[in-house]
Structure formats: structure tokens, C-alpha cells
Ligand binder design. Structure first.
Ligand code: CAA
Length: 283
């Protein structure tokens, strides 16, 4: 099967980043979301990113136009009927994802692969809401998508080998590196990353050090590009909490208990960079 046209569901930070890299790799892309407002914001982000590359001399003006011409927008999920691959990047909520996958199963042609960019929800359960679980797979991109090389590819219980191979080939065409993992809570990326972030929040909560000190230790001591508290703000504290809860519930082990300070910040609406305040303030 040849994948030519890809639909991305969700024009947020992740969805628009995925749409950008797919269009840059030469695929026809439909960016789908519920409202024109969401789509406008997503497309503005893509244009800004590409224009920045042009001003740095990393992309020619004609290439920018070629990429933008590959992108169309839609608020109708039925447009999945034209696509060979659909990558869902909507909110991290099983009920919503199951509903989307049910609709996609209805509209997408029988050969189409349905992928989810979920950061921790079980692919096997998402797949069970369709009549094509062998064609459902996880394609977990990292933020910021245009920069980060990894795509964690998650096999659900029923994912067919040829579907895995197809998605691996797409990932290579996006100039990213695929890594194969199995379907367990948090997969590999967030099983390892989130407990580290949660532990950093505990060190702040327990007064072991100031937030800047905790970040400095990890940046300079471990050569991480960002300290864990800055990274948590960047990812979104609501997302961090949601992933910790998924790990806690999925493994039933208290080592994954979310730090009370993380809960408190989320309850306060301090969700990180996107709301202007998390562990740090942003303007
Ligand atoms: N979108 C697009 N490009 C971006 C960007 C964004 N949001 N932010 C930075 N960039 C680009 C810059 O334009 C720059 O590009 P060039 O090299 O072409 O000039 C490049 O990235 C480096 O940027 P900067 O020099 O401004 O800053 P930096 O060196 O500090 O890098 C960073 C920024 C790449 C974000 C770096 O800080 C980093 O790697 N941070 C950690 C990111 C990370 O861990 N991501 C994973 C999060 S977890 C996740 O996504 C999974 C999950 O499920 C929660």
C-alpha cells in the first residue's frame, strides 16, 4: 500500500507539528479540528515555524510555499475517506479518543491505517473501539515535533506486522527515527521521563532545593537540555499529572504516586507555559 494522503486530527501544538513535518516530507495533508478557530491557530503556528526557518536561511521561500500548498484544513471528520493514514493528536482522554476512532473506522477507507499520538493511553483499548484493530498503532511524537528526532511506535496487541512496517517507513520519510515498543502504560518514554519529573517536583515540595537549583543540577550535572521543572512547564502540568495517574493506575504501584504539589498547581490552573504560569512565570 502506498501512503499519499494523511489526515491529522487535532490542530494543537502536537497535531500542527505533525502536520508540518508530514507536509515537509511531501505528503498531502488534511489538518482536522472541531472549529475554524483551532485550525487558524494551528496553521498560524506552522507558518511562523516555517518563516523562522526561511529567515535563518534553512528553507527557501519556494519550499515554504510548496509545503503550505500540501496542507488543507477541515472540520469534517468524514474527509478521512480520502486518506491512507490518519494520525490522531486530540486530547488525552480515552472516551474522546474512542469516539474519534469509532468515527474514523466508519469513514476511512478499509486499507487506511489509524494511528494515535497518545503519550500513555493503551493502544489496544483504542483499537478495540474499531473493527480494524490490526490497522491501529501508536505513533508517539515528541514536542517540539519539528525538532525532536524520535517517534515511539507502539504495537497494540492486534497490530499487524505489515502495518508496523508501513509506519516505520513513513517515520523514516519524515526524517525521524522510529523505535519499536510494546503497549504498556507510559510505553518507554513516559515510563522513564515522568517519574523523573515527578521526583523533581517532590524535591521542590520537600524543600530539598529551590526550583532553579533543581533544574540547574539536572541541566549541568546530567547534560539535559532543560531542567525537569522547566520541561514539565513546557509539556504542560495537566499532561504530566494525567500521565502519572495513568502509570499509577496502570501498575498499581505507589512509586508512581503523583506529587501533591503537582496536583495543587493543576487545580490552581497553573499548567505551565501555555497558561503563562507553572513552576515559572511566562509572558
Ligand atoms: N517549534 C519548532 N522549532 C523549535 C521550537 C518549537 N517549539 N523550539 C525550538 N525550536 C528550534 C529552534 O528554532 C532552533 O532551530 P535551529 O537549530 O534550526 O535554529 C532549535 O529548535 C534550537 O532552539 P533554541 O536554540 O532556541 O533553543 P534550545 O537549544 O534550548 O532548544 C529545545 C530548544 C529543542 C526545545 C531544547 O530545549 C530541548 O531539546 N528540550 C527538551 C525537549 C524535550 O525533552 N522534549 C520531549 C518532551 S516529552 C514529550 O514530548 C512526550 C510526552 O508525551 C510528554
Amino acid at each position: 500500500m502506498k501512503i499519499e494522503k494523511i489526515m491529522i486530527i487535532g490542530a494543537g501544538q502536537m497535531g500542527s507539528g505533525i502536520a508540518q513535518v508530514c507536509a515537509a516530507a511531501g505528503y498531502e495533508v488534511i489538518l482536522n479540528d472541531l472549529t475554524d478557530d483551532h485550525l487558524d491557530r494551528g496553521m498560524t503556528g506552522i507558518q511562523k515555524n516555517l518563516s523562522r526557518q526561511v529567515s535563518k536561511g534553512k528553507l527557501a521561500e519556494e519550499e515554504l510555499n510548496t509545503i503550505l500548498n500540501k496542507l488543507t484544513v477541515s472540520t469534517d471528520i468524514a474527509d478521512a475517506k480520502e486518506c491512507d493514514l490518519i494520525i490522531e493528536a486530540a486530547v488525552e482522554n480515552m472516551e474522546i479518543k474512542s469516539r474519534i476512532f469509532k468515527q474514523l473506522d466508519e469513514w476511512a477507507p478499509p486499507h487506511a491505517i489509524l494511528a494515535s499520538n497518545t503519550s500513555s493511553l493503551p493502544i489496544t483499548e483504542i483499537a478495540a473501539s474499531t473493527n480494524r484493530p490490526e490497522k491501529v498503532i501508536g505513533m508517539h511524537f515528541m514536542n517540539p515535533v519539528p525538532v525532536m528526532k524520535l517517534v515511539e511506535i507502539i504495537r497494540g496487541l492486534a497490530t499487524a506486522d505489515e502495518v508496523y512496517e508501513e509506519i516505520e517507513a513513513v517515520t523514516h520519510r519524515l526524517k525521524k527515527v522510529p523505535v519499536e515498543v510494546n503497549d504498556f502504560p507510559g510505553f518507554v518514554s513516559n515510563r522513564v521521563l515522568m517519574p523523573m519529573i515527578n521526583e523533581a517536583i517532590f524535591t521542590l515540595y520537600e524543600g530539598v532545593a529551590e526550583k532553579e537549583a533543581i533544574d540547574e543540577v539536572m541541566k549541568l550535572g546530567m547534560n539535559h537540555p532543560m531542567g525537569p521543572l522547566t520541561l514539565a512547564d513546557f509539556i504542560g502540568l495537566d499532561t504530566c499529572l494525567y500521565i502519572m495517574e495513568t502509570l499509577h493506575e496502570g501498575f498499581g504501584d505507589d512509586k508512581y504516586r503523583p506529587c501533591p504539589l503537582l496536583r495543587k498547581y493543576v487545580k490552581a490552573g497553573w499548567l505551565g507555559k501555555k497558561t503563562g504560569r507553572g513552576f515559572y512565570e511566562y509572558n
